[in-house]
Design a protein around this ligand. Structure first.
Ligand code: AMP
Ligand code: MG
Length: 329
């Protein structure tokens, strides 16, 4: 199969619609990472998403809808706090989990009674969803366990020859996957951290809990149990306080002739004076935006990525650290 990469326009959207209605899948831009979309009502199409990615078949997908879509067509019991959160943050990088009306294919939620719904803010994603007019089930458009894609080129590298079309909407501005929020209880619970932080949610909903998965426990969100986001090279992770030890490791490896690169923010790179840097920029928004592209750039040039955790550990950095730990475990 030949994979076309096309900018989002009337012509490519017509092709995208033909593919989706024919039971195929399309690579689509969003503000967080690129998605691999299929008609959420079409079980075969949804199953092919799992096959193409090599995704474990107990890790459910998020349904993406246009901003004018009435989500109560798909889910029931939307609590008042969820209405307030949707008003504050949607369209945007927040996925909300509700009780499902079981109208989409059961393959989307892997048999769970809940459904995760997201309204992306990316213009290209909105144009795609409006043109299709159906809920689109989409995980990140990477091969399972590889680093999530934040550009159309990343998607092509993972899925070339396996899908017909990638809609190119430029580089993702957000850079890490959406916050996943369980809205089935009295209080919202974060199942996956992201750009919409616990503090932001609590400011609107009054309260917000964060679920942390412990190995062996029942995962409230099945994705938690899986190793994710790994670059195809060796990795090490140091906490910020141990950045001098990271520098020693970097120097020792370089002396052995290993192509070692340090992944850290610009200020730390300058302080340590390292030459081979995969930079996470200067701000927390930049760290999120650059994380996956830095990991993908790293696997192209490095034999070893030595990551130094950011100094700041709250807000958006909770999500960045969660991915960094999974990438470098
Ligand atoms: P991905 O699209 O690859 O970022 O993965 C989607 C994430 O959403 C995974 O971590 C899933 O476990 C999670 N997810 C999707 N649907 C549900 C659901 N119904 N309940 C809990 N978590 C979900
Ligand atoms: Mg993913």
């Amino acid at each position: 199969m030949k994979t076309q990469v096309l900018p989002v326009n009337e012509e490519s959207l017509r092709l995208a619609k033909r593919i989706i209605l024919g039971g195929g899948v399309v690579g689509m831009p969003t503000e967080t990472v690129y998605g691999l979309g299929a008609n959420a009502f079409d079980t075969q199409a949804v199953e092919s998403v799992f096959k193409i990615k090599g995704r474990p078949n107990d890790n459910p997908l998020i349904v993406h809808v246009h901003k004018d879509y009435d989500i109560t067509e798909l889910v029931s019991e939307v609590p008042d706090y969820a209405v307030a959160l949707a008003k504050a943050f949607l369209p945007g990088p927040l996925t909300m989990v509700y009780n499902s009306k079981n109208l989409v294919s059961p393959a989307v939620s892997c048999g769970l009674s809940t459904l995760a719904v997201r309204i992306p803010s990316h213009e290209g994603a909105q144009a795609f969803l409006k043109c299709i007019g159906l809920p689109i089930a989409a995980p990140s458009a990477n091969v399972s366990k590889h680093v999530s894609p934040t550009s159309a080129e990343h998607v092509r590298r993972d899925l070339d020859g396996k899908i017909e079309l990638i809609l190119d909407g430029g580089k993702c501005s957000g850079g890490i996957e959406s916050t996943v929020l369980d809205c089935t209880g009295e209080v919202p619970v974060i199942l996956r951290s992201g750009l919409i932080t616990r503090e932001m949610i609590a400011a609107v909903a009054g309260e917000c809990l964060e679920y942390t998965y412990k190995e062996g426990a029942r995962a409230l969100s099945p994705g938690m149990k899986y190793k994710h986001y790994s670059p195809n090279c060796r990795t090490m992770l140091f906490c910020y306080a141990d950045r001098r030890a990271a520098l020693s490791a970097y120097n020792a490896e370089r002396e052995k002739g290993v192509k070692a690169y340090m992944l850290c923010d610009g200020r730390t790179a300058a302080e340590l004076g390292v030459e081979n840097v995969l930079s996470l920029g200067e701000t927390e928004a930049q760290a999120a935006e650059k994380l996956y592209s830095a990991l993908r750039e790293g696997e192209e040039c490095a034999e070893l990525i030595i990551a130094v955790a950011p100094e700041k550990q709250d807000g958006v950095m909770v999500g960045v650290m969660n991915r960094l730990k999974k990438a470098c475990s």
